[in-house]
Design a protein around this ligand. Structure first.
Ligand SMILES: [Zn+2]
Length: 132
């Protein structure tokens, strides 16, 4: 299918990635399963095999979840000095929710940014170029 839309801004690309949609058409879904990318976009046919997010989303999640959980635990400890079990009840589920919940959107975001900036091997692939 031919793509006829104009070049997207970086903010549109970021939003498309967070929605876990194809970075070119913003309509096709990225994932086939929890974290496995589809081979290509269902809508525009963009091949997803050139993008490789590697550990990028996990590193971003470590920074986000680490800051929120450690900062929250320090604040609660200093302000209320609760028993240890309160920390376990508060921070273990929050850590799991943040890590699992953010993984797909941040993988979509990283993938969309790779597409937008033509990172790595994508730079030379004609099928990953924006329409002129
Ligand atoms: Zn698409």
């Amino acid at each position: 299918m031919a793509v006829t839309e104009e070049k997207k801004s970086v903010l549109q690309t970021l939003w498309t990635g967070l929605k876990m949609r194809c970075p070119r058409c913003a309509k096709g879904r990225l994932f086939d399963g929890f974290l496995k990318l589809k081979p290509e976009c269902d809508h525009c046919g963009l091949s997803f095999d050139a993008g490789d997010t590697a550990d990028g989303p996990a590193v971003a999640i470590m920074f986000i979840a680490g800051t929120l959980v450690v900062g929250g635990a320090l604040f609660v400890e200093i302000a209320y000095m609760p028993p240890l079990w309160v920390h376990v009840v508060l921070w273990v589920p929050l850590t799991l929710l943040l890590c699992v919940g953010l993984l797909r959107p941040l993988k979509g975001l990283t993938f969309a940014l790779q597409y937008f900036f033509k990172a790595g091997t994508i730079e030379t692939r004609e099928d990953w170029q924006e329409p002129q």
